[in-house]
Every structure is written in C-alpha cells, then in structure tokens.
Design a protein around this ligand. Sequence first.
Ligand code: SF4
Length: 261
Amino acid sequence: MDSRYPIHEVFASIQGEGLFVGQPQVFVRVDGCPLRCRWCDTPQTWGLPSDSKQGTDWSADPVRSWCTAQEVAERVRELDPLGRRSVSLTGGEPLMWPGLVEQLRKLLPGARLHLETAGAFPRTLERLLDQVDHVSADLKLPGDMQTPVPLQSALRDFEEAPRDAVQWRLARRAVLALLADRDACLKLVVAAGPEAQDYSELLDDVRELAADLPLYLQSVTPLRDVQAADSKTLDLLVEMAQSRGLSTRVLPQVHALLGLR
Ligand code: SF4
C-alpha cells in the first residue's frame, strides 16, 4: 500500500522569501512541525490531520488530509501543466516526511524541487540532499524557540528536535557543513527582542562553515505579540554580516506585502 503523508495544501503562488523571491512556484505545504518559533506564521501546520482524513478534495482549502505522493504529484501537474514552475516543499517541516520528498523526486523528474527547512534536522537533510535542487534553510536564535512538541506517530521515526542552545548550535553547524558549496541559501528571521550582538555566534558559524551561501535577513511580518526589529538592529546585523565577509540582503516577506498566500 502506498504511504500517505499529511498535506496541508498544494497551491500556486509567488515565492516571498530567500534567493528565489518573486519566482512563480507551486507550493506543497505539509502538516507537522515539532518546533515552536515564536514568530511562526503557519501555526496551523503544527499538528497532523486526523488519521481518518484521507484523499484529495482539493476544493477544500486547505485540504489538510493524508495523501499519497502520487496524488500530490498529480495536483502539482494540474496547477502547472506546462511544468514551468519550480516546486517548493514547505511546511510545517518537510524533513518530517523524507519519504514524500524521495517519491516526489521520482514522480516529478523534470521539476526543480526546492526544500524549505528549519535547519534543525541534519540527519534527515543529509539523506535528502541529492533529491532536491535547492535548499533554503532557516537559522534560528535559540532564544526565539519555545520548547519543541514532538510529533506522535507509531508508524514513523522522527529525528529529534534541538531542545536547548547547545543542541541548536550543534544542529546549525551540521546543517551549515552539509549545505556549504551547494545550491542553497540561508534565512534568518529578525524580530524585535534580541540585540544585534545576540546573533554573533550564529554569524560566526556561518562564516566558518558556509561563508559562500547568501544570507537573507528577513524582517518579521508583525503578528500576535511579535513586532518587527527596528532599523538600527537591522543596520547593525548587516554590518556584522559584512564584517565577516558574508553576502547578505535584507528582505520583508514579499508574499505577505502583496497579500498572497
Ligand atoms: S519551523 Fe517553520 S513551521 Fe515550524 S514553528 Fe518554526 S516557522 Fe513554524
């Protein structure tokens, strides 16, 4: 029997973040994320659909259902019959579902697959690196992270999420080492709260392990009790990145500005 994966939604839109900002893409958004970033803009994807919800009623928005990779690939082809768009695997956390990524690679052989990940799961990332064409990895300040909530499934073996600053640093360094010299970019969401100096260790790690990768400082879209960082902090961060020889750019979430999904 084909494996099923928790799909939140599959839709066509414009990439609003990172190296491919502005590019038309098809997005496959999975459900399930054990992390709890304080500025998460997709908390509706943290949990999983109920076990009984299966199949593809794509008119439901979001579909929020357990689907086969075949069903997802067919929906991608429906949304982009000419195969012009790259396919962004996003979430939630796609690295919770490596089998889906591997099957989509086979089912969409001509498509450019972009993986958007939290940068917290190096063991699974290593397994999937050769299955995708581009990786956009988040760098997280441990202070921005609340305690993770592991996903529960008797049938799956999930890689454990980092729980403290030491584990976050180990995961970050492993991810940076894997992505160095690859088709990849790094993204750092910047919100009000931390001082620019709080990012020093993280930027040192990028300089040491993956200085060739473009680093996008993404000013947070204000939500709930999270506000945007002030321009002074952003200026300081740019200086800190440049003084380490990093190639950096500051971007807002462009899809949010345009009122797109
Ligand atoms: S990793 Fe992504 S989906 Fe998970 S909590 Fe953070 S921003 Fe939200």
